[in-house]
Design a binder for this molecule. Sequence first.
Ligand code: BES
Ligand code: MG
Ligand code: ZN
Length: 471
Amino acid sequence: MKLINKKNKTYTQVFHLFTEENWTKTAKNFNKNISTFFTGKKNEIFVNAHEEGITYFIGLGKSTLQNFEIQQVANKFSQGQKKNLHAVPTLVLADFLTEKQFEEFVKGLLIGTYNYPFEKTHAFWSPKFEIHFENVSQKKLDTISERALALSNGQIACQDWLNKPANLKKPDTFGLYLKNLAKKHDLKYTSFNRKKCEELGLGAYLSVNQGSAYDAAFTILEYKTTVKNAKTIGLVGKCVLFDTGGISLKNPDNMHYMKSDMGGATAVLGTLIYAAEMQLPVNIIAILPITDNAISENAFLPSDVITAYNGKTIEVLNTDAEGRMILADGLSYLAKNYKTDCLIDLATLTGSSVRMFGDTCGALFSNNEEFKNLLIKTGDKTNQRLWNLPLWDVWKDDIQSDVADLKNISMKPIGDCIVAAKFLEQFIENHPKWAHLDIAGVAFGNVGYAKEKAATGFGVQLLADLIENYH
Ligand code: BES
Ligand code: MG
Ligand code: ZN
């Protein structure tokens, strides 16, 4: 795809965008047949084949619509029509769109081409697919195109890895991909195997990995800017490639969904791709503790007491609460070894957050009021929403253990997403600006491109926007 300031006189493919209001005003200029079928409502598409070619009338809905809604409409249009579209110069008619809104439209078109498994065979990915637009200068169009491509590359990589079946994403496969990605984007790549993790004392991470048939891969990716005095952002993404629950085995009915237990890691992955392609003026330290949570003769057992990287001991009462174990070491390793301005972890952590919010938002926990508000605001703007839950100290009472500093679950059947967050807080080494995003309900769910639940890309646009505006 290429964005070009309008130059042709005639086009065989036209996207004509309308809000309900401007359709009401201009409908009279069009063939009467069209206004019988088209009203400009959100997601309405009318295909008008005529002598010179095809015009797609695209309804945006009310003129008060938010920018993210334009991306939604374009995404849906792209998903629905992609088989019919041709890689030819295409005119977009929408003189009322602001630059930002046109950018959202292009992002939606690109992300809407996604299907699992992803292949860039769609017309949009051809350089012959020129999108001509009159109202924005060529210089601005170049910026928009760069941003839209970086974002869609990030989000598509995120979705594609999450959607992969468990047998196609073993630690070595995913590790090799990350290593190559690091090479391509000049990221620093470090990965600790089991032996190295033992030396370092990453005991909480290893407790989960010890039952795995695959070696440990506690992976660190660093993106560095050349810009001086840039902020440094710490990211930790839960990367359980498949969660059987371990010895505290999960019910089999929905166990196949647990290929999505790396949703935190894929959100971080997509963000890194965006930051690197955009050469954002920030530093990012990303930790992905990669493992599966498997059953074997070596698997950790309920009642085990293990020592985490920061020296705290944890009584394991449920091996299915593995996410908080690997994140504990991810967080304290990052906090102890790197100086960061903020620290964010993302994880498909608890069924409790799914029961609480369904797919409407992620659960947000933070020890910093200002940071919390910034995250909520960014979530509203990108439609990857977050809602705040408490970290009150009373919740810590429930994870006091008789035989260790902490236990990994509460015995009460309440508020597990809060309990898990409170548990993680014990591993941030007093970092003053930390946020935990429990995205179990939003990373994987109903999507336009698949019959079953699939990856939503949650987190990429949220973090990309946050980081881009974080100075
Ligand atoms: N990966 C799951 C959480 C999850 C549940 C993600 C549903 C996506 C959808 C996590 O590892 C887990 O098993 N959590 C347990 C914790 C419990 C044993 C305290 C849960 O939420 O049931
Ligand atoms: Mg689990
Ligand atoms: Zn899990």
